[in-house]
Design a protein around this ligand. Structure first.
Ligand SMILES: Cc1ncc(COP(=O)(O)O)c(C=O)c1O
Length: 419
């Protein structure tokens, strides 16, 4: 065994010295030792100089700080019915799905969740994925794929501020032959211009509620534009499900587009449903196409049973307590109004997300740190996670916050502002 290993691994061609920077003409900066990955140290240092270092920070189970950084909008992540359903599903079906849904990973639970999601959303059918990211890759790439009958790949018109998963999905579709045209954020006229000269099977791609500033795009106007050009509308309702629309039924319901034959919606199970996973909802023929062709369905292990069970239980809680959706929106508005009254530059929330502008990435990080010390956890978004290059604190309201807690959070954020 050892002889075989020695025989097949050639000696290292690069010098084994510590990676220390050496100036090199023509590179515009320093070059590092040519050991593999040594260049990463330089890239990390440049990110640090720009205030853009990112680190994971473990959360402890007994952390009692107010959390306005996570996406558990309805406070269902720790709901006893949701946690209990996750545990029961794991006991019944096992810790993992065990394989791709098409091989061994398709449990009765997956089907039950899909039927209830589709029913809640007013869609003909639903298909669940291991994440919202995977759902978006599936939705876009499968619907933008070249037609085996010879039709050329379609045009995708995509909002400039779309979530990274839609951007990556469009990039993959482009690599397979689709054309991609970006349109100005939340601007249906600009979308119309992007669609001029489009061929059959064109797609308009947009988040419903945008993840950084929490603004809801004008979906009826976007749908009109798409229809004028014979394009289908693909919506990512990750931040809309459970928060907007009647009883949290999402942005398609709010726009009166439930069950429309030219609209497909993706959602994540990881935000208002407090679980993990994603889903695509739409016409039955779309779902059938995804089952048979979407690479993130065919080649991915099915959604873990515990996540499916938790999402199903959360959906049932939302159906029983639809007022949670109204409460979370009211809390988001309360946060925005309170912070604005203290002189801060704040987005106007249409859903649960509120953004507070920071002067610089470094000050955003320090501001978040000061809030954490004061017992309030908030998010801190910096480039490249912000569409306009401006760093901000990102707060997420939740249905379980009291009005007194909202006032306290406003006070902590305003008191600890930079400068
Ligand atoms: C708008 C949007 N779409 C998709 C996703 C991806 O969802 P998931 O975290 O389930 O992969 C996110 C997650 O942050 C999101 O904000």
């Amino acid at each position: 065994m050892e002889r075989l290993a020695n025989a097949t691994v050639p000696p290292r061609p690069w010098p084994l010295r510590a990676a220390s920077p050496t100036r090199a003409a023509g590179t515009g900066g320093e070059r590092w030792s040519n050991a593999p990955f040594a260049w990463l140290d330089g890239a990390a240092r440049r990110r640090a100089e720009a205030g853009l270092t990112r680190r994971t920070v473990p959360r402890t189970a007994c952390d009692d700080r107010l959390d306005l950084a996570g996406n558990d909008y309805l406070g269902l992540m720790l709901h006893p019915k949701v946690v209990g359903a996750a545990a029961e599903a794991a006991h019944v079906w096992g810790a993992g799905a065990g394989g791709s849904r098409l091989v061994t990973g398709d449990t009765e639970l997956h089907g039950e969740l899909e039927r209830e999601l589709a029913d809640f959303y007013g869609a003909e059918a639903a298909l669940v994925f291991s994440s919202g990211y995977a759902a978006n890759l599936a939705m876009v790439t499968a619907l933008a794929a070249p037609d085996p009958d010879g039709d050329p790949a379609p045009l995708i018109a995509s909002d400039r501020h779309n979530h990274a998963s839609l951007i990556d999905a469009a990039r993959l579709a482009k690599a397979a032959g689709a054309r991609v045209a970006l349109f100005d954020h939340a601007d249906p006229d600009s979308a119309g211009k992007a669609l001029v000269g489009s061929r059959d099977r064109s797609l308009v791609l947009s988040d419903t509620v945008f993840s950084v500033d929490g603004d809801l795009t004008d979906i009826p106007a976007l749908a009109r534009t798409a229809r004028e050009h014979g394009a289908a509308l693909l919506l990512d309702d990750a931040h809309g499900l459970g928060v907007v629309g009647p009883g949290g039924r999402g942005a398609a319901a709010l726009a009166g587009l439930c069950g429309a034959e030219d609209v497909v919606v993706s959602v994540t199970l990881s935000k208002s449903l407090g679980s993990q996973g994603g889903a695509v909802l739409g016409p039955r023929r779309v779902v059938r196409h995804l089952v048979e062709t979407a690479r993130t369905f065919v080649f991915d292990t099915g959604l873990a049973p515990a996540a499916a069970g938790a999402a199903l239980a959360a959906l049932r809680v939302l159906r029983e307590e639809p007022e949670r959706a109204d409460t979370v929106r009211a809390r988001a508005l309360g946060l925005a109004e309170g912070l604005r009254a203290r002189g801060l530059e704040v987005s106007t929330p249409d859903a649960a997300v509120v953004s507070v502008m920071a002067p610089s990435p470094e000050e955003a990080v320090a501001w978040r740190g000061a809030c954490l010390e004061a017992g309030v956890r908030v998010g801190c978004f910096r480039p490249p996670s912000v569409p306009d290059g401006r760093s901000r604190l990102r707060l997420t309201a939740r249905a379980t916050l009291t009005e007194a807690q909202v006032r306290h959070v406003v006070d902590v954020i305003a008191t600890n502002r930079p400068g």
